[in-house]
Design a protein around this ligand. Structure first.
Ligand code: OAM
Length: 115
């Protein structure tokens, strides 16, 4: 009973921390490419190349509708944003640089908040 309650608490606390972390990501000055889903109709090749699109608004919706079982599943989706960005964009491009900057910020912050 106690163990189950502890696990539940840690999940609730973990997911509350994810909301804080997501708000910081969305507020970051380099977040602009990742705020909403890539418009694959306007971006030739995106739908073919990127099998699992992800963006901050989709993550927010999933958080609000309880689709993350714990903070690990949240981290997987955030990292998907950065992996997609690196796959589709040159490192030496506006969006590529924004992706690297956001990944560095995220790696630091989740370690501080969740580890
Ligand atoms: C995220 C992301 N990764 N690639 C793109 C993108 C969109 N168009 N092109 C030519 C890309 N390489 N995006 C979305 C960037 C969304 N955006 C662009 C300008 N303001 C927002």
């Amino acid at each position: 009973e106690k163990k189950a309650r502890l696990a539940q608490d840690s999940t609730t606390k973990g997911l509350a921390t994810c909301r804080v972390l997501l708000a910081e990501l969305e507020a970051h000055q380099d977040a602009w490419p990742f705020l909403t889903p890539v418009n694959h109709k306007a971006v030739p090749g995106y739908r073919k190349v990127i099998k699992k699109p992800m963006d901050f608004s989709t993550i927010r919706e999933k958080l609000i509708t309880n689709q993350y079982s714990n903070w690990e599943t949240f981290i997987v989706d955030v990292n998907l944003i950065f992996e997609n960005c690196e796959r589709f964009n040159e490192d030496d491009s506006e969006i590529g640089r924004a992706g690297h900057s956001m990944r560095i910020f995220f790696d630091k912050r989740w370690a501080e908040l969740l580890m």
